[in-house]
Design a protein around this ligand. Structure first.
Ligand SMILES: N[C@@H](CCC(=O)N[C@@H](CS)C(=O)NCC(=O)O)C(=O)O
Length: 202
């Protein structure tokens, strides 16, 4: 088993942090996304959508999509639970993780992808949309600050995959000058706490 990884990209970091929280070690093989190796025929056989990370099992099965990879390891090793503990809790964690993907990671990623040279020739770009998504991301940070006034973690009382997604989204925002605002004390408190976990270095 191995994971196709990129040390600089946010989605592979989601999986690395998740595995670090679980105390699991899986071999990584770095893919040079700077040279677009992930968009060459050999890699497209593993993931036709080209993105990293990809988990390759010993039988050759390739699993892309960060959350799908995390789900695989959550099933193999349920402790500590990062995706919920019962039907109600799993649904709540999923809701928050989806929100962190759709309302935070996606606009932050678009702020970069829609204007940066890195993605020229890889995707259709619209720099105006990058600006719109930057504003959307800033709105989401303000909303998250209000949410975190009432609970320690994104999905409730426990650290979950939703915190991992949000941490990595916010850290990736730096490249597009999207950050926690000085008045967002609850968000800053949460970020300092999750960024201090040993897993955050993964
Ligand atoms: N939805 C996918 C997104 C995968 C993705 O977009 N990966 C980025 C790195 S964060 C990538 O491979 N970028 C290089 C490229 O698109 O050429 C996931 O959750 O894993």
């Amino acid at each position: 088993m191995k994971i196709y990884n990129s040390p600089m990209a946010p989605n592979p970091r989601r999986v690395r942090v998740f595995l670090a929280e679980k105390g699991l070690q899986v071999p990584y093989e770095d893919v040079d996304i700077g040279k677009a190796v992930n968009r060459q025929a050999e890699f497209l056989k593993k993931n036709p959508l080209a993105g990293v990370p990809v988990l390759e099992l010993d039988d050759g099965t390739c699993i892309a999509e960060s959350v799908a990879i995390c789900r695989y390891f959550e099933m193999l090793q349920p402790e500590p639970p990062l995706m919920g503990i019962d039907a109600r809790d799993c649904a709540i964690v999923e809701m928050w993780n989806r929100r962190m993907e759709l309302a935070l990671l996606l606009p932050i990623a678009d702020s970069f992808r829609q204007r940066h040279d890195f993605f020229k020739g890889r995707i259709r770009q619209c720099p105006d949309y990058a600006e719109v998504q930057k504003l959307n991301a800033l709105d989401s940070l303000a909303w998250l600050d209000r949410e975190l006034a009432n609970r320690p973690y994104i999905a409730g009382d426990r650290f979950t995959i939703a915190d991992i997604t949000a941490l990595i989204a916010i850290d990736f925002g730096r490249i597009s000058k999207i950050g926690i605002q000085p008045e967002q004390k609850h968000l800053a408190r949460w970020h300092a706490e999750v960024a201090a976990r040993p897993s955050a270095k993964a």
